[in-house]
Design a protein around this ligand. Structure first.
Ligand SMILES: NC(=O)c1ccc[n+]([C@@H]2O[C@H](COP(=O)([O-])OP(=O)(O)OC[C@H]3O[C@@H](n4cnc5c(N)ncnc54)[C@H](O)[C@@H]3O)[C@@H](O)[C@H]2O)c1
Length: 247
């Protein structure tokens, strides 16, 4: 029960990494506000799991960050952990990418993380162990064709998180980020099912010769959210099966 009596927000919690993390946090004793868009499976994804309260709301709706944080505090009376996980990806070459593509990727992947952190900080300051865990990507450091917006947004997550760590340390709030590698989730699963050759390439990039699973990320998020990581802040943790080792 490493998160006994803690209260958490997990965004993007209907699927993949966010879903697994919300459930692991709840198993470890946390109360969890599980947020995802209304068109997702958020209202059913955690049915029967004690401790999880779903909220169907887009994190980029006007006023959403205050609404989400307010809901967590109203439900649980406190807020200890913000897990900024929701994200979108897309592949457009530079001569095709529209302003809308760019703006949406930035809005979901990095601007919403900042706005949620800003709304959460006054409450995290009241916690004995405030935690911010942001989800970036190995694409914060690497890249691939057509990923200008995604890579820029994930590099933004790294810079945002390091600055949060610097500013909030005096309040005993840590801020760290995860760099997932190739993980089998709603973001990748449909493509890999249609293109087993592509799935195989991504599995072989890892020395462990497999895709990551959502639980691999959930366990890393649990570590960063728990007391075990009390003296770790501003850190980017690769959870990629060694995918980034080779140049
Ligand atoms: N799957 C991978 O290989 C991989 C690799 C690196 C980083 N990541 C990152 O991991 C995070 C989780 O993604 P995943 O792989 O679990 O994918 P996923 O598609 O299974 O889950 C992402 C969730 O975010 C939700 N979401 C999207 N926009 C939202 C919004 N505006 N408001 C609320 N929720 C929203 C989606 O509805 C979805 O349920 C993302 O930030 C992603 O960029 C994933």
């Amino acid at each position: 029960m490493r998160l006994k009596d803690r209260a958490a927000i997990v965004t993007g919690a209907a699927s993949g990494i966010g879903r697994a993390t919300a459930q692991l946090f709840a198993e470890e004793g946390a109360k969890v506000l599980a947020v995802d868009v209304p068109s997702s499976a958020i209202l059913t994804a955690h049915e029967g799991v004690p401790g999880i309260v779903p909220l169907a709301l887009s994190i980029i709706d006007p006023g959403a960050p205050d609404h989400i944080v307010g809901e967590a505090v109203a439900r649980f009376g406190r807020l200890d952990i913000l897990m900024n996980n929701a994200g979108v990806s897309g592949r457009q070459f530079i001569d095709q990418i529209t302003d809308e593509d760019w703006d949406r990727t930035m809005a979901v992947n990095v601007t919403a993380q900042m706005k949620l952190a800003r709304a959460a900080v006054p409450h995290l300051r009241q916690s004995p162990a405030g935690r911010i865990v942001n989800v970036a990507s190995v694409m914060a450091e690497g890249t691939d064709l057509g990923l200008s917006a995604y890579c820029a947004s994930k590099a933004g997550v790294a810079g945002l998180t390091r600055t949060l760590a610097l500013e909030l340390g005096r309040d005993n709030i840590t801020a760290n980020y995860l760099l997932p590698g190739a993980i089998e989730t709603g973001m990748t699963g449909p493509l890999w099912a249609a293109r087993p050759d592509v799935a195989d390439i991504w599995a072989k990039k890892s020395p462990l010769r497999r895709h990551g699973q959502p639980i691999d990320l959930a366990r890393a998020a649990l570590f960063l959210a728990s007391d075990d990581a009390a003296f770790i802040t501003g850190h980017g943790l690769n959870v990629d099966g060694g995918l980034m080792l080779r140049v």
